[in-house]
Design a protein around this ligand. Structure first.
Ligand code: FAD
Ligand code: THG
Length: 822
């Protein structure tokens, strides 16, 4: 008898079918897939998806998902009929900005291991003869991209899973998710029967919100319609293909006009994102009682007027369309999310209820494999933080927020975007108590998870002319000058030579309290947590395989109260799941009710000590210790640590005192030349000091020694999550390392995610980069083979050029810690 858990999958679209396949392949055969629509063509988004698979994107994880889909579907077929037709992909540029961006994209492809090259207009026309050569400036050609036949793949995957014992039931809607003591026990169908289950996974696509609501889970997605048409027969394509092959030309994207194309035998299919966003309300869609090729719930009537500009643009790019007609069209519905990423994870409240939604055909097999690994092994080999449904703060899951941001993502789907580019709306969603002062100082704000974060302050522009020669930064190219200001140099200078105030309020803060608090954190982190009251510890939360789940600071405020400085909501969600059921540990998100200003720089003590009767001396309040104190009568907690690597403290108080605290410090700092510093300087300073940013520099895919933070793994401690996997690991045993590079030309500041070449061969990729104002050179951190040593030469591909860089000993600034410990 099999003892694997009983699983119910809701939805037999491309995600549900892939999940059934991946789970049964791992021996989890007690599995039932239920779909409200008929099988195998259910009427969901998959039923009509044209199936273009472009693998390359800014995200390593999403690209890996797409590559797996491509590989898996290449190995699937129904007799001779293909599930993946590797016609290749071509994205054309009709503007110089796009052409430059295609070079950046080619860099991502190299970083993530997808073959692809930027080609000239002649080659574009050779690859896709329907193109008007005069329209294109070049293109990005990816030979392993192609077409997925999603509806056929679903049928093949269903038979494969059925052969292993899975059951599929069509025309069966899940109307209730049954639970007992916070765990799922099964589902009830509209036929009235109950299917028992230990795990329920909703793969309900754009119905995800409705299914999530059955367990009170907010699923932040918005169903939107997107137009797709087929032309009539084109003489240029006649006789080239047949109904089996369907297509030979590469799939084509014309992103400057929000369009894409594929062949359907001797016709062309055209998809457009150029129209107004068209939110679809699930309750108003046709039922999926009957599904035919051109009538199903995910197909809304074609609104031709919305398509007309796209038709004109298509006829310009592809002259063969000038004599053609639109034969059929529809407005097809699928899911969009606030940040464009998919939604994967388990409900915070009902154990065993999972979702895998807002997933394209492109990423479907990869996502399904990751979910199967999560369920079976407890861990996905590909890191998932950008897909974790708990990455969102509560405000980001509010209906109005989801609606606005998801529609915006629809509109901007093919835009050339800078990595720092903020959303324009909604803004001012979360502001720190210092916000009014920041605005007075002319802060330029960027946004993260709703928080407004100053990037630099115009008030500091006056300092730029005072910059000593060695602090003057070279001018930047157009791309790295975007969302940057030369003022950042002045802020870095003042931080290293005087004193600066940094708003740390958006840093996620979790209060962990109760009699079990210390033991709880002992179990979840790599550090010694039973240190004396007043200690602060930099520590790591690992996963079971020893990958870095997060890096944290843990401050012991009192015997049973600890404050954790975390990286985001995923940490809070993890803690909540891990908290013992006996109530001995309480968790509270105190981010919004408190605030924090980092006061850092060689004059920090001269600023703070006169404001207090408490001892802020080096001996009185040691490095990585905290003190409850009063500053000008305001109760604060001061923690002596600094992400920028200078003398000083993170000073916390509750929100209502925030502005008064800021004013107090600001006034007292005037004679010392205090400035407010923004995140542009902050990021530069932390890279100079070698401090890693979780999610960017390191993730669960990396162990602490590879990431260069093995010092945070206590050698005296056992039994914490991931401990078993630390045995035998050291900085010497690793084969790859997060490596510090400096750029030889002294001026090229890369953006992140660029490929790094060693001996002319791709060997890794950049994580973070910034101009190091203290060292007068650009810095890039990159994942590279551990055989490299300081002084070795490498090259970074930046758009269409290679920039020479050198492996450097790190940290670049203050390796002796003399600036901080004094
Ligand atoms: P679906 O296929 O919608 O499956 C969800 C299933 O859940 C449905 O069958 C539904 O009936 C079932 N269900 C829902 N609620 C219940 C319930 N309560 N009980 C039982 N069953 C339930 N992606 C690409 O990668 N490349 C493309 O070129 C591409 N082009 C597209 C073009 C158009 C016009 C559209 C609309 C989408 C396109 N997409 C493309 C997106 C892609 O189609 C979807 O992202 C993908 O098919 C979603 O798969 P899914 O399995 O999550 O959802
Ligand atoms: N402040 C607080 N909590 C945080 C951060 C922070 N939590 C999340 C994130 N940032 C954690 N990242 C770091 C990275 C480095 C350090 C602190 C937080 C740091 N490292 C010392 C070093 O490497 O030299 C640690 C030395 C030691 O362990 O003794 O200071 O910004 N509150």
């Amino acid at each position: 008898m099999s003892t694997t858990p009983r699983v119910v999958v809701i939805g037999a679209g491309i995600v549900g079918a892939n999940l059934a396949d991946e789970l049964t392949a791992r021996g989890w055969t007690r599995l039932t897939v239920l779909d409200q629509g008929p099988l195998p063509l259910t009427g969901g988004s998959t039923s009509h998806a044209p199936g273009l698979v472009y693998q390359t994107g800014p995200s390593k994880t999403m690209t890996a998902f797409a590559t797996y889909t491509m590989e898996k579907f290449t190995g699937l077929s129904d007799g001779d009929a293909w599930c993946f037709n590797q016609v290749g992909g071509l994205e054309v540029a009709t503007t110089p900005e796009r052409l430059a961006d295609l070079h950046r994209k080619q860099g991502w492809a190299t970083s993530w291991g997808v073959p692809g090259e930027v080609v000239g207009p002649d080659r574009c026309v050779e690859l896709h003869p329907l193109l008007d050569r005069d329209q294109v400036l070049g293109g990005f050609h990816t030979p392993t991209d192609g077409l997925a036949k999603a509806s056929r793949a679903v049928a093949v995957l269903i038979s494969r899973a059925e052969a292993r014992g899975a059951q599929f039931r069509g025309s069966t809607r899940v109307v209730e998710v049954l639970q007992d003591s916070g765990r799922v026990t099964g589902v009830r169908t509209d036929a009235g029967d109950v299917v028992p289950a230990d795990i329920v996974v909703s793969c309900a696509g754009f119905w995800g919100r409705e299914v999530g609501a059955l367990v009170g889970m907010k699923v932040p997605l918005l169903p939107l319609a997107h137009q797709y048409v087929r032309t009539g027969q084109l003489p240029e394509l006649a006789g080239r293909n047949d109904d089996v092959i369907e297509a030979r030309l590469p799939i084509l994207r014309h992103q400057d006009n929000d369009l894409y194309y594929r062949e359907h035998n001797d016709c062309l299919g055209i998809g457009s994102y150029a129209h107004r966003p068209m939110p679809a309300s699930v309750s108003e869609l046709p039922e999926n009682g009957e599904v035919t090729d051109d009538a199903m719930p995910s197909m809304l009537p074609f609104t031709e007027e919305d398509f007309l500009p796209s038709w004109e643009h298509s006829r310009t790019l592809l002259p063969a369309l000038r004599d053609a007609k639109i034969e059929t069209g529809f407005n097809g519905v699928f899911s969009f999310t606030p940040d464009g990423g998919p939604l994967i994870g388990e409900s915070a409240d009902v154990a065993g209820f999972w979702i895998a939604e807002a997933v394209w055909v492109t990423h479907s097999a990869g996502v399904a494999r990751a979910v199967a690994q999560l369920l079976v092994d407890g861990r996905s080999e590909i890191e998932l933080h950008g897909c974790n449904v708990h990455r969102f703060e509560e405000i980001e899951t509010a209906d109005a927020y989801v609606a606005e941001t998801s529609q915006r993502n629809f509109v901007e789907i093919y835009d050339v975007r800078h990595p720092l580019e903020p959303r324009l709306s909604p803004r001012d969603v979360r502001v720190s108590p210092f916000h009014a002062r920041q605005k007075e100082l002319g802060a330029f704000f960027l946004e993260a998870h709703g928080w407004e974060r100053p990037h630099w302050y115009e008030a500091n522009a006056r300092l730029v002319k005072d910059l000593p020669q060695e602090w003057q930064a070279p001018s930047r190219d157009a791309w790295s000058a975007k969302f940057h200001s030369p003022i950042a140099a002045a802020e870095a200078w003042k931080t290293r030579t005087a004193v600066a105030m940094y708003d740390m309020t958006p840093l996620k803060r979790i209060e962990v309290s109760g009699p079990g608090a210390v033991a709880f954190l002992q179990r979840l982190t790599t550090g010694k947590m039973d240190k004396s009251v007043g200690s602060v510890t930099y520590t790591l939360a690992l996963d079971e395989a020893g990958g870095i789940r997060s890096d944290l600071t843990v401050a012991r405020l009192s015997e049973d109260v600890l404050q954790v400085g975390a990286n985001g909501n995923i940490d809070l969600d993890y803690f909540r799941r891990q908290a013992p059921a006996d109530g001995s540990v309480r968790l509270r998100d105190i981010t919004g009710g408190t605030c924090c200003v980092g006061v850092w720089g060689p004059l920090a003590r001269d600023l703070v000590q006169p404001l207090s009767d408490d001892d802020f001396s080096h001996e009185g309040l040691k490095y990585f210790r905290l003190r409850h104190a009063h500053l000008g009568g305001i109760p604060v907690t001061a923690m002596r640590l600094s992400y920028v690597g200078e003398l000083g403290w993170e000073i916390y108080t509750s929100a209502e005192y925030g502005q008064r605290l800021w004013d107090l410090l600001w006034e007292a700092g005037q004679p010392l030349g205090v400035i407010a510093g923004g995140r542009a300087a902050f990021n530069s300073l932390r890279l100079e000091k070698g401090y890693r940013a979780w999610g960017t520099d390191m993730t669960t895919e990396h162990n602490p020694y590879e990431a260069g933070i093995g010092f945070a793994v206590s050698k005296k401690k056992e039994g914490y999550v991931g401990y078993d996997r630390m045995a035998g690991l050291s900085a010497e045993t690793v084969s790859r390392r997060l490596t510090c590079l400096t750029v030889d030309d002294g001026r090229s500041v890369v953006l992140g995610s660029e490929p790094v070449f060693v001996g002319g061969v791709p060997a890794g990729y950049v994580t973070s980069a910034a101009f190091g104002h203290t060292v007068g050179r650009p810095i890039a951190y990159a994942w590279l083979p551990s055989t490299l040593t300081p002084g070795n030469a490498v090259e970074i591909q930046y758009f269409d050029r290679r920039v020479k860089a050198t492996v450097a000993a790190e940290p670049l600034v203050d390796p002796e810690m003399t600036r901080i410990r004094r």
